[in-house]
Design a protein around this ligand. Structure first.
Ligand code: FEO
Length: 392
């Protein structure tokens, strides 16, 4: 069933309950691909869905209008989770004009045979009148790709920002209030951390630009629709500025549980000072959720056993992923166990320095299994970490 989200504006997207991997971003709760149909004197479809859900989108559209009546297909973003059904709907709505940025047009024509498509390219501030409703376009490069743009329905104060403000969660609920605003914000944080964390400066600029618009609903192309736009805008501002909570994330892996013992002792030391601490295991916990917790943590403690004078491969892989997300304003510390020569702590420190972390301790490396004395050192390291959280 389609859902009317504003008068004559309908959600006609698809729910992907099965997907667990979005270009290597683990999505344990699935995804949605939101497309919106705006019915006025002229009919516009804003974005489409992944191609395998074309039939689902088409059925929803057919409940509202004859799809041949679509006059505009607005492509806010080329990525195929949004454009995948465009060639198929274009075969039905043969005369529909495709609206995209110049880069969007170029991208679409690289993915699809667009020889017969009529395009209208748009820039920030350009408008299309559908009848009573006016669509205004806002370029949003790198949110998420260079071609991205937002569509704003002026009369409805409705922002359709494609990937921005999205969440990867499959749900029967379509609105933040139905899912629960806190849950929606959590999945928005996971999404932001894995997709937009490196782009905080651009996010901030876009938020400043949006502040001149009246927005009373944000309908992204993934997840639930925000009836409470102020909450997600405020969260985006906080995340874009790396505003940290008094929180420590301990991320580790282990061969024979020695590094686990150190991680737990460090966590006890942190908690003894009343500072929030979370432990994550790089093979048991989804990286997508670990980086979401890192986004607003002050200190990241990374633990690894040594293997071949280096980090344990899952820890190295995780740090490689984290490095690409360019976290800022973080304090770091390394710990781990080794059999003889060591090396993991040295390599973790190097990696944390490359990421611009402030290293607050040279780190703790113990041989084989930690002794009681070494566990006490780990606890004390936790206390030192907690003090750094409160003072730095
Ligand atoms: Fe949801 Fe950048 O695609």
């Amino acid at each position: 069933m389609p859902l009317e989200i504003k008068e004559n504006v309908y959600w006609v997207g698809a729910i992907d309950w099965e997907e667990r991997d979005f270009h290597n971003f683990e999505i344990p709760r699935g995804a949605t691909y939101n497309a919106y149909l705006i019915v006025d004197d002229k009919v516009a479809l804003v974005d489409t869905v992944k191609h395998k859900f074309f039939g689902e989108m088409l059925r929803r559209i057919e409940e509202i209008v004859d799809p041949r009546e679509i006059e505009y297909i607005i492509s806010n973003h080329v990525e195929i989770d949004h454009s995948g059904s465009l060639p198929y709907i274009k075969k039905i709505a043969k005369d529909a004009k495709v609206i995209a940025t110049e880069k969007g047009k170029r991208g679409l024509c690289k993915y699809y045979d667009c020889a017969d498509w009529e395009f209208q390219t748009v820039k920030t501030g350009d408008e299309i009148k559908l009848g009573k409703k006016t669509l205004m376009f806002i370029e949003a490069p790198m949110l998420h790709w260079p071609d991205s743009m937002f569509t704003y329905v002026k009369e409805d104060k409705l922002l359709l920002p494609n990937d921005a403000f999205g969440q990867h969660i499959a749900s029967a609920e379509r609105f933040d209030e139905e899912l629960g605003v806190e849950e929606a914000l959590y999945w928005a944080k996971v999404y932001y951390a894995n997709i937009l964390m490196p782009l905080g400066n651009l996010v901030n600029k876009k938020l400043n630009e949006l502040s001149s618009l009246e927005v009373d609903m944000i309908a992204p192309s993934h997840g639930v629709i925000w009836k409470n736009p102020a909450k997600i805008i405020e969260a985006y501002r906080k995340w874009a500025n790396f505003e940290a909570e008094e929180k420590v994330c301990i991320v580790y892996d282990t061969m024979y549980h020695s590094t686990t013992l150190l991680a737990k002792a460090i966590a006890e030391g942190v908690a003894s000072k009343g500072v929030e601490v979370r432990l994550f295991h790089t093979r048991n916990d989804p990286w997508s959720e670990i980086v979401a917790e890192i986004l607003d943590a002050k200190v990241i403690a990374v633990g690894s056993p040594t293997m071949h004078n280096n980090m344990f491969p899952p820890v190295a892989g995780f740090l490689h992923y984290l490095k690409g997300l360019k976290p800022k304003k973080k304090l770091g510390v390394a710990f781990g166990s080794c059999g003889w020569g060591g090396g993991a702590v040295r390599e973790i420190n190097k990696m944390l320095e490359q990421m611009g972390f402030e290293i607050i301790d040279e780190g703790l490396e113990v041989k084989f299994r930690p002794s009681e004395e070494e566990l006490k050192k780990a606890f004390d390291l936790g206390v030192k970490i907690a003090e750094a959280v409160k003072t730095k």
